[in-house]
Write a protein that binds this ligand. Sequence first.
Ligand code: PLP
Length: 460
Amino acid sequence: MSKDFSFSNRHIDLMERDAKTVFGWRYEPRIILESGKGVFVTDVDGNDYYDLTAGMMCMVLGHSHPELTETIREQAGKLVHESSWYSNPWAIEFAELITSTLPGNLKVVNFAVTGSEANEIAMRMAIAKTGKHDIVSVLRGLHGGSLAVEAVTSVGGERKGGLGPLMMPARSNAILAPFCFRCPVNLEYPSCDIDCLKLSEDMMEHMTSKSVAAIIAESILVPGGMIVPPDEWLPRMRKLADDWGSLLILDEAQLAPARTGKLWAFEHNDVMPDIVTFAKGMSVGLAICGTVTTPEIAEEVAGDAGLPWAGTYPADPLPSAVALKSLQIVLRDNLPARAEKLGIILREKLDGLKERYECIGDIRGKGLYQMLDIVTDKKSKTPDYAMAERFRYNAAMEGVITICVKNYMRVAPPLIITEAEIDDVVGRLETALKRAVAGYPEDIDFSASSSLAARPAAAE
Ligand SMILES: Cc1ncc(COP(=O)(O)O)c(C=O)c1O
């Protein structure tokens, strides 16, 4: 138990019971949250914290948004759950609204419960459409934790430990991330002409069976280090997929809706995927995720590879009605524009921190999704996991909670955050940073806090 936080007996009791009975990853201290309002969450002792990750990036409208609360109340009195072999007005309207916001012919939604499931549906679609079986993914990409998507995930290799034959045999991770800050081929953008992609093609040539059903990528690679690709990268990935007779799947789980300044992050680039998956922010925390594709692909794959995917919960009335309402508000209140505008302000302030502190190697991101890359020093860019965890711990002491995995600290507040709140948050982060740089707290254990950083690995 931390001596820096003063918790009530009830709080301490809940922490101990959580540790004993709930099997999960937890940061220190094990803060137990009880309520939330706007950009704040509140623990069982009544302490408020800025929620810098909007839950798990889900609460784009903030906590307890009055219109969503009302929708939940109303829907709870009408219909919460139903058989998957019947539909409901809210799921239909939600699917129609989603597809109306997407470019091209992305007009059919297969609903899922989790982002992992949505990506597995996408993989099923690609396999059924092409009759091929390899799925190629990007190194440092994350597509979920169920087994098929774990196989194409390469963030947090530690968590694959022991899974052995449960990992899909299909080849994966044959594409190098366009990670300019730590370039995998030691070149500089733009003179590199995205050479990492040329080498990737060579890797595909030699590492796959050449029977590639799909290339799957996050439009911005968030958990792997907020890798914002150069503008040409996604269009070239599109060409690569076409050249190989493969589909292009874009995973927008972390990004849609609106967070990056566009409703869908891939709209920043001139690219048209065959399949798009959505989760977190589109689900408003009620676990309604999904996979969008074209009517042609949907028709062709129907009845094959377990498609369309069903299950017990996807597109249930309650989550559908709430997620529909949320997307309507996102559009009504033009939150993409707000995220773009406030993102510029947030970035300027974070860049100021970077100027002043040697341990902030880089700030990357778009709109209201930024990430601090914590290093031992700017020259070597060596990831500093302990400093990152120290920073996170001190931020919690300052009333700011966030997610920090390995050396990456996220800033992804609800999109309703105000300029004054951004100012306050960055001020608190600086106070936290000063204490972290002074070496406080000394004993830091980041091995218990995240599956992605399960074992203290050597520098990447
Ligand atoms: C990019 C990306 N895709 C997919 C997923 C999986 O989503 P879920 O946790 O809902 O299964 C995640 C989860 O963090 C993610 O970050």
